[in-house]
Design a protein around this ligand. Sequence first.
Ligand code: MRU
Length: 350
Amino acid sequence: MSAAKGVETLRYASGALELLDQRRLPQTIDYVACRNAAETAAAIRDMVVRGAPAIGCAAAYGVALEAMHLATQSRDRFAAGLEDGFTVLRESRPTAVNLFWALDRMRAAWKKSADAAPADVAQRLLDEAARLFREDLEVNHAIGRHGEALIPDGARVMTHCNAGALATAGHGTALGVIRSARDAGKRISVIANETRPYLQGARLTAWEMVQEGIPVTLITDNMAGHLMRTGRVDVVIVGADRIAANGDAANKIGTYTLAVLAARHGLPFYVAAPLSTIDLAIADGSGIPIEERDPAEVTGFRGVRWAPEGVSVANPAFDVTPAELVTAIVTEKGVVRAPYGQGLRALFGV
Ligand code: MRU
């Protein structure tokens, strides 16, 4: 599936997971090959691949690759090696629950075929990773279908970070809603927030929208309030990395600020995310682990340093938007509104 004009976010080819190197976009289109769990975990940690559902897909392939790597070992060595693979993948990034969801699913597939020979288990895990990837694509299209009904014709839609094809198996969550609205014949324009410090909005969302032919205006994050106050935004839609049982939603740092601004200006604030992003085991947003990233992401970019040596830096990569600021959560099973506790549980039939 294409992120943009034949460019795939991740693909499996000749015994390797090939990841579009998102650190180098939009200037360079290049792929990084991962052949085992450790290489895949490093690619996730270093942001070669990023975005909650894409991280989950990559981790699933990471498990399958590790299993293939160990396929000629004894059962005991296979099991021990695969456990190590799970561990290194679990430790790659903490916030997006899709990572842990995908690993749990791969573990369940492993346990189901635990009596089989290692080579057979490896093949089944590879099949499971491919299935998870295909399903994510279908899920994103379903999110798009449900979400586009919320977007009026002519809407100017603000989004933050990149919740697009690059962050998923394809189509995207928040950008999937925008794509589906455009495909439904609506005239949509996008306001992409730059998304400091890692610039996923400027580098990735703006690139996806330009490739797609959807009108997009890039702003720096601190312009959002001014645009809302001067009547130039109709809707805000973002993705999520983890949604707690009460509807509190963790997403890229700066999302909370946008939600507060949207409430202040009476604008709808939508979160688009698959069920694999919903973590019913966490009661509210205070339990969501927030990744703290390298200070170098704040003091400079791509080797250029603008902050003085010796300054202390905070770099939380995500923030939590309280459910009370979320107008609705768009999932592949439909649109959920407050009270979220009840609505989210109903999605899982519990
Ligand atoms: O640090 P990133 O780039 O992995 O953060 C990504 C986001 O915050 C996305 O909005 C989120 O994962 C949803 S992707 C469909």
